[in-house]
Design a protein around this ligand. Sequence first.
Ligand code: GTP
Ligand code: MG
Length: 272
Amino acid sequence: MEHEAPADGDTRSRVRALVAAQQDQLTRQGVDQEMLARQMRQVYEEFTQLRMHYQFGIDEVQTKVNILRQEFEQIHDYSPIEHVRSRLKSTESLIEKAVRTGGEMTIPAIRARIHDIAGVRITCSFVSDVYWIADMLSRQPDLEVLTVKDYIAAPKPNGYRSLHVIVQVPVFLSQHTEYVPVELQLRTIAMDFWASTEHKLSYKYEKNLPAPLRAELDDAARVAADLDERMERMRAEIRPMPEHSAPEPTASPASQPTTAPSPDSAAEARGA
Ligand code: GTP
Ligand code: MG
């Protein structure tokens, strides 16, 4: 998302060194300029196509989220979804991450090891809604859940909380179907407020936060978590938790309504 770790000086200089070495080698080999131009064009086209496919993946997921949101607003007069934002990783930051993570620099290898080229962030008011929305999307038969990282149940050591779900969505092109992984980040407004502040501070101090600021952030993380807990208790007043659980994910696709969270996910949401 926009919360990408800023590429550190080390990565940047490695990318530069890689490019310089490549140029150097080509010059020494006396590569014909036309061939070089052709190769450069091919790399450019491959990257452009990759980005286009991932943008389509974002569009598909965003449509799904918008449908849920509008349906809720229309029928229930209450939407568990507050904001939705998406971002496509910039080519520069994609290349930087590809270098940082090591491995082959081909498009298939990069696709296989980087799963946050497409990102959609969904902000909810309440923790239980975060799990509820994740549940609804995960149950959609054309979405395949690749990984789930629950930083709400187990926050990162720095206090970061969010639910990360990588889903794979089919994109139907003229000649074939592309399966595009999209990173969903689901969080509450309080989690989002904390994460965006932490991101700005980390960016400014390049990860070397002065101790007093670090302590302030730690405290803010506790306050945000406490606020979420208190808000969760009030949520029941707005929209009581249903008594019956949602159907099992194994239910036939035709009978998969988007129902309320199961008691399990609600309990999980409360940190049980
Ligand atoms: P990358 O961090 O993207 O290399 O991948 P990863 O496999 O470590 O995934 P992880 O789930 O840890 O983080 C993915 C994304 O979550 C990041 O790109 C950020 O957008 C967000 N994120 C993770 N940790 C933090 C954090 O400590 N602070 C903030 N502000 N955002 C975070
Ligand atoms: Mg990370």
